[in-house]
Design a protein around this ligand. Sequence first.
Ligand code: PLP
Length: 361
Amino acid sequence: MSDAIRPQPGILDIALYEGGKAHVAGISNVLKLSSNENPFGPSAKAKEVFLRSVHSLHRYPSTDHAPLRQAIAEVHGLDPERVICGCGSDEIITFLMQAYAGPRDEVLFTEHGFLMYRISALAVGATPVEVPERERTTDVDALLAACTPRTRLVFIANPNNPTGTMIGAADVARLAAGLPPQAILVLDGAYAEYVPGFDAGLALLEGRGNVVMTRTFSKIYGLGGLRIGWGYGPKPIIDVLNRIRGPFNLSTTQLDVAEAAVRDQDHVAKCRAENARWRVWLAEALAEIGVPSDTSMANFILARFADAEEAEACDNFLQSQGLLVRRVTSYKLPHCLRITIGDEASSRRVAHAIAQFKGLR
Ligand SMILES: Cc1ncc(COP(=O)(O)O)c(C=O)c1O
């Protein structure tokens, strides 16, 4: 290939995103706790709509997503005109980068923040700036101190992946208020539904022009395989994002299934309650055998081991038992394993296996 053919600056600095493992060679009874998926899957109503969607596959989808935006707005008490839907919340993150960051601009995120912030910043030629956390928790003072005249976007996931920790509304408000005037705060609420009574920053967003929220159907809604997410923000920002959104970025199936899913809040409540129950149980079971974790508000816990070697050995042992959890070395946490909260049987199985591993040492 000619030397003159080159990708845009930043692209070759991207390390490929690796999803959670799904298979172990030679083992059929694999339990996947590596991708923060909902063990109960989607609402039965959403599944029915999925099956029915086969009859309209020859039709183009709506371009404005009006029924889904309306459903999201009704459930959350929002203005439908300020909702934007994307192919996973990843696509909303991409829109924000494309619209607001480019070469010489800085994009801030936290030390153990979601990997897609770095990847999508590099994809638009912006400079990713990783800001230290305090005890695996977002540090607002450090973020504010890292802002410069070039800062365009500041991402925090609240709760954060892979730490599971979160910061309170007063801290988020302080961050929004302290940003330079050209910067947007993005509140990534991928796990917000797991926190009882949490508004994911909506009240703050209403009073400000510099805050955007992203949400997903991949976690508590159990629809990771279908790829649907949404964002909410000030009208001028959402109008900008809609200009770069492909007119058919979501299929009819995605749109209709997500609408049924968001309207079934009973399913959401059931999944939230089960998750909280087994998250507490698993964290306590592991703490008792010398594997601590921070209090998680999401659908996983970050189990801490003595060092990277022990974490790797435990991961290998779990894999030999058909149990897949997530190594988080790429999140600068080589001594930790992120374990998705499953149902009762899965939680008992993974706790038992880690206890066995500890006993073997
Ligand atoms: C913090 C965070 N944000 C965003 C996403 C992206 O979710 P999706 O693109 O499936 O909506 C994830 C997925 O793991 C996540 O952990």
